[in-house]
Structures are given as C-alpha cells and as structure tokens.
Design a protein around this ligand. Structure first.
Ligand SMILES: [Zn+2]
Length: 466
C-alpha cells in the first residue's frame, strides 16, 4: 500500500498542470477603424432594410423563445467585448436554407431552416453564439477596415447590405438605394475570423451551459445538408478546416456551466411547424427582384433626343468599385445592377423598359475560374433577354483596374430601330465572382460615345478585398 499515496498526488498535480496548459484560447480583436457606435448605426439601418424584404416570423412565442436564448448567450459573453452601445435583437425569418447571420452592432437573423436542422437547443445556441462572436469581435467593420478604401465612408456602408445578402446566395439582387457589393465586404468572413468566432462562440456556449461540441456537430450537419445545393451559410462562413478538432479541443479546456432548461426548444419547434411553409432564398430573390423592377426609375423618355455626354466627370462609388462618369448622366440602381445613363437613355418604350444609351455595372456569380468560360456563361444569360444579340469580331484582352479583362463586342437590334453596339468588359473579383462593365449605344451614335465609354473603362477602380 505504501507508495500509492504520493503517486495519486502526482496524478492530481499533472491534471492541474494540464488544465492550465490548455486554458481557453485568448482571442484578439482585429484592427478596426470604425467606432462601436458606427457598428450599431450600420447594423440598425441594414436590419431595417432586411426586415422590409425578408419574411419575418411574427409568431410571439417563437420570437420570445429566440430572444430569451439570445439574451442568455449575451449574458454569458465576456464583459470586455460587450460594448454598452450594442443593440442586440434576434429575429426569426421564414426561410428554408440553413443559415443565420448577424449585423454589426447586434441585430441577428435566424432562418427557420437553421432551427429545423438543429437536433437540440445546444446546436441552435452554438450557431447563435458563433454569430454573436462575429458581432462582439466586430468582424463586419473589421472587414471594411481591411478593404482600406479611403472613400468607404459610413454612408456607403449603411443601407448597403440588405439586398447584397440575397446577392451572395441567389444572384445579385440589390435593394433600391443601396450600394452593391458591400454585403460581400461586411458579411463574408475570412477563415481566420471564422476560427475566432468558433472559439469565442464555444467559450460563450460553455458559460451559458451548453456543450461546445454541439457547435462542431451543427457544422457537420450544415456541411452535409449543403451538398444538396444550398451553401448559404458556407458562402459567408467559410470552413477554416479542422473545425471539429479545434472546437473539441477548446471544449476540453472549458468548464461547462449547469445546463439550462431546454424544454422550450421542443415547444418552439412545434410552433415553427405550424407556420406557413418556408420560402427559399431563390423565391425571396424573385420577389425582391419583382418589387425592384416595379419601382424601376426611368431617366427621361427613350426615343427623345439624348444629350451629348458632358466632358465634366463625377465619381460614383458603388461598393466594390468606383468610376468616373459624365456629370450629366444619372445613376440608376435596380436588381443587381448599377446603370449610369444620359437623359432619355433608360425608360419605358411601348410598355417595355429599354436601355438605349449608357453603361451598366454588375457582379455575377461564377463557378468557373476561367475568364473566357465565366464570360461565356454570363453572356449566355444576357442573351436570354436579347435573343438577337450576336458577337461582332473577336474578343480582346485588356486591363481594368490592373486586372486581366476580356472585351467582347456584340451587335443587337436597338429598341429605337437600327442596330446598337454592346461592348462588355469582364474580370474576376477576389471572391471569384465576375465583375462586368457593359456599354450600349446605337451604331449611329458610336462617334459620340466610343471615347466616353473608353474613358469610363479607364476610370474604373475595383476596390474589393484581395
Ligand atoms: Zn461565421
């Protein structure tokens, strides 16, 4: 019997030493040029836009449940990260895809699909804790800081991302009055930020009484269900790799607080089941697009004389790019595109919206990393609305904002009679989507417009994160 006592002491000592060796990971706040108050302003404005566009669930019991779960997580969050100005909210939306997202300063949205996919309250709490971590670490405005656009002022970010979230998932649908491309900037996190959100999320979970391993598990569920073609979550929260391993490791260093009463989870699930069927993101995009088209703003009346482009320039800032345009042209934003057009260049002609003079910018999703291929796919989509459009001459390579760009000349019947020339410039953005610049004017007006279009092309500055 002798000798065993010291050995037991030794084991106890080793355990204690081990516990300090695997202390919870300390997470550093990334560099951020914005103030917490600006986070709040950006978040509130965009949340209002999202509530206007998204199918918000009005059910009182569901809203109350989500809020109490959210509040429990906020209570468990580290005090030094909880800015007093933050305004947390937890809004359920009747959308099918497994997703959740949070805006700077506190507003969080949880898709019904997320709740449906969660095997238990711990998994839902895990995703919400991960989102809360993005808010506390101010990852949205840290992304904007990284972009280092001197012109990227608060006003450009505010009101910008409502539509762009849809854009990231179901084609570039943009809400009226917003600057497009910023959604990508604020809500598409780097793998570093994902890892930070996982670790802080795990710490918050443990303090709130949930097992952080539920977070690892729900990510596995998302990954397996996303193979079916709805990678909503993964497009903005890329997998940093080894997720399960490092979350499990972090969990081992954490002391899990007493488990909360989770009986309300089942009640909430049945309340969800009684709702109208959930909408898909594609259906939402269609609805948003339809309402944007209904509100399309004309610039004069096509068919009337179009004034000559002014030699004076003004700068338009549009999220992922800035450009100089003639100062007598107007910017018109509709679903996913920004057009800049002269008077009488865009509007209704015999019951159809036509675009006869001017330029258009947009971003299209691309599955190919080959510029030629990506351009062809995009042009085929453009040709669906313009079945008589034809290639004219061979494609050329040039540079836009220093990036390799494909120039394609096309000819198309002009709505005004005769032929029009359409020229497209396509290049990749850092996230792999295709940026395009398109010019249109009647063949007869080429003498007036060709040099203006070239000057505009040269002024384009792409400002996405590279
Ligand atoms: Zn994330």
């Amino acid at each position: 019997m002798r000798g065993s006592f010291p050995r037991i002491l030794g084991v106890a000592f080793l355990l204690a030493a081990g516990a300090t060796l695997v202390a919870q990971t300390k997470i550093e706040l990334p560099k951020n040029n914005f103030t917490p108050q600006q986070d709040v302003e950006i978040g509130l404005q965009n949340a209002a836009e999202i509530r206007r566009q998204y199918p918000v669930i009005e059910d009182q019991a569901i809203a109350a449940y989500l809020t109490s779960l959210g509040d429990r997580l906020v209570d468990a969050a580290p005090a030094d990260l909880k800015q007093p100005v933050y305004q947390y909210s937890f809004t359920p939306v009747n959308l099918k895809e497994i997703n959740a997202f949070a805006l700077p300063g506190g507003p969080m949205f949880v898709h019904r699909g997320m709740v449906d996919a969660a095997a238990g309250e711990g998994e839902l709490a895990g995703v919400m804790a991960h989102e809360l971590a993005h808010v506390l670490l101010r990852h949205g405005t840290a992304n904007a800081t990284k972009a280092q656009n001197p012109w990227l002022q608060l006003g450009q970010i505010a009101g910008a991302i409502g539509g762009a979230i849809v854009g990231g998932t179901a084609g570039a649908v943009i809400s009226d009055g917003s600057q497009f491309g910023i959604g990508t900037l604020l809500l598409r996190y780097s793998r570093d930020f994902e890892r930070q959100a996982d670790l802080l999320g795990a710490q918050i979970m443990a303090r709130a009484g949930y097992d952080p391993r539920d977070l690892a598990h729900v990510f596995e569920t998302i990954a397996s269900e996303s193979k079916g073609g709805s990678p909503e979550w993964l497009s903005s929260h890329p997998n940093p790799g080894n997720r399960t391993a490092y979350i499990t490791k972090e969990a081992e260093s954490l002391q899990i607080a007493p488990h909360p009463d989770t009986r309300e989870f089942a009640a909430a699930k049945s309340a969800f089941a009684r709702l109208d069927p959930a909408m898909t993101m594609a259906e939402l995009a269609k609805r948003t697009e339809a309402s944007a088209a209904g509100a399309a703003v004309a610039v004069g009346t096509p068919g009337r004389p179009v004034p000559t482009p002014s030699p004076r320039q003004r700068t338009v800032n549009a999220g992922v790019f800035q450009v100089s345009v003639p100062d007598n042209w107007q910017a018109v934003q509709s679903s996913g595109t920004l057009r800049v057009v002269p008077e009488n260049g865009y509007g209704d002609l015999n019951g159809q919206m036509v675009f006869t003079h001017g330029v258009e910018f947009g971003v299209a999703r691309s599955s190919s990393r080959n510029l030629q291929e990506a351009t062809t796919t995009w042009l085929n989509a453009v040709a669906r609305d313009n079945p008589d459009m034809r290639l004219s001459g061979s494609q050329q390579t040039t540079r836009l904002s220093g990036r390799t760009t494909l120039v394609t000349s096309l000819t198309n019947p002009s709505p005004l009679g005769g032929a029009e020339r359409v020229v497209t410039y396509t290049t990749f953005l850092a996230d792999g989507s295709l940026f395009y610049y398109l010019t249109v004017a009647p063949e007869a007006d080429q003498g007036t417009y060709a040099s203006t279009f070239t000057r505009i092309a040269r002024s384009i500055r792409l400002t996405d994160v590279r």
